[in-house]
Design a protein around this ligand. Structure first.
Ligand code: NAD
Ligand code: IPM
Ligand code: MN
Length: 359
């Protein structure tokens, strides 16, 4: 038997990040127990806002170098009242995404059976998308200037940076996925108003589409796309969009696919030059932190994405089956899904399902 040991850096982070990541690790350990070929070596890092309040830094100075030795990163959430969000996020989450060129952010927007959906007359067959969000540049390039600070003529400039390499690689990734999955590809942009960046994006989408004549394509403006995701979500299959639009539309996606407690994301460096990072897309939810009220299923879903990235497609699917089973059964769910279960109960229920069906 060939045993693969994957070295995973675990960064629980802040607030409910700590609670949900516990359950994610619990589930991955269960997979190892049931399938000894797959082993994980977890190393925990205490980075986050509490670390910042003690040290003045969100992570150790050599943090990126240390993380670079791992095969993957499993992250809870970052950000907490008391530390300005732009400091905490740029000091940890965004720093990791950028340092490791995790330019692909894969976010499924898939309504599982049993999950609540606020759209009347829509069912799992209508809501089944995969968002491919550009994750390295665009509106999140971190470029700009702050001139004449505190003066009457104060000016702030935030640049959107869209490089040819950056646009091509993300759009190509989406085309390849659409081709493999035999699905249509929708590009979401805003060329009518953003007359440089989004015109460029649209042009590259159009150019690349020539190389993929087998892939059906659509191109929507972001405002119309937001509306259509509510009225006609079935129009969207694989979706590719910029960093900020992807951020906003995937929260909208979460809202129509069961809520933030079910929304997962993978930050990929597809070439494998650097570790990829797996995380629920929700934040640290200070309003419910530390009370075992958080739904860990988004984190279990991101554990499924981790398994898929390492090539364990079957186990990845089994984790989704487990989530769907809990949703349909309606017995062990957290309050956001109408239940009374604690965070750890839900993790235990996923483990029980896996042990029962795949031992
Ligand atoms: P949030 O996602 O933390 O919370 C939004 C709402 O959703 C809250 O009412 C919260 O209770 C609920 N919610 C979120 N996840 C849940 C879960 N797993 N189970 C049950 N309910 C859940 O977003 P926010 O309040 O805008 O941000 C809080 C902090 O998190 C901020 O500091 C923000 O910058 C940060 N943030 C971090 C990430 C990340 O680390 N990936 C993502 C988003 C926000
Ligand atoms: C997300 C988050 C982050 C983002 C924030 C916390 C910087 O909202 O992962 O969706 O905007 O990318
Ligand atoms: Mn977001």
């Amino acid at each position: 038997m060939v045993i693969m040991t994957h070295k995973i850096a675990v960064i629980p982070g802040d607030g409910i990040g700590i609670e949900v990541i516990n359950e994610g690790v619990k589930v991955l350990n269960c997979v190892s127990q049931l399938d000894p070929k797959i082993q994980f070596e977890f190393t925990h890092f205490p980075w986050g806002c509490e670390f910042y309040s003690k040290t003045g830094r969100m992570m150790d100075d050599d943090g990126i170098e240390r993380l670079s030795k791992f095969d993957g990163i499993f992250l809870g959430a970052v950000g907490y009242p008391g530390v300005p969000d732009h400091i905490s996020l740029w000091g940890l989450l965004l720093r990791i995404r950028k340092s490791f060129d995790q330019y692909v952010n894969v976010r499924p927007v898939k309504l599982l059976k049993g999950a609540p959906c606020p759209l009347k007359e829509k069912s799992p067959k209508d809501i089944n998308m995969i968002f491919i969000r550009e994750n390295s540049e665009g509106e999140y390039a971190g470029s700009g200037s702050w001139l004449y600070r505190d003066k009457p003529n104060e000016v702030v400039i935030q640049d959107g940076v869209f490089s040819r390499v950056g646009c091509e690689r993300i759009i190509r990734y989406a085309f390849e996925l659409a081709r493999t999955e035999k699905k249509s590809l929708t590009s979401i942009s805003k060329g009518n108003a953003l007359n440089y960046s989004m015109v460029f994006w649209d042009q590259i989408f159009q150019q690349l589409s020539q190389e993929y004549p087998d892939v059906e394509t659509h191109s929507y403006l972001v405002d119309a796309a937001a509306m259509l995701m509510i009225t006609k979500p079935e129009r969207f299959e694989i979706v590719v969009t910029s960093n900020l639009f992807g951020d906003i539309l995937t929260d909208l996606g979460a809202a129509i696919a069961g809520g933030m407690g079910l929304a997962a994301g993978a930050n990929l460096n597809p070439e494998g030059n650097f570790p990829s990072m797996f995380e629920p897309i929700h934040g640290s939810a200070p309003d419910i932190a530390g009370k075992q009220l958080a739904n860990p299923l988004a984190t279990v879903w991101s554990a499924s994405q981790l398994l898929e990235f390492f090539g364990y497609k079957e186990w990845a699917a089994r984790l989704i089956d487990a989530i769907e089973y809990l949703l349909v059964e309606q017995k062990t769910l957290t309050p956001d899904l109408g239940g009374t279960a604690k965070t750890a109960d839900v993790g235990d229920a996923v483990v029980a399902y896996l042990q029962k069906h795949f031992a």
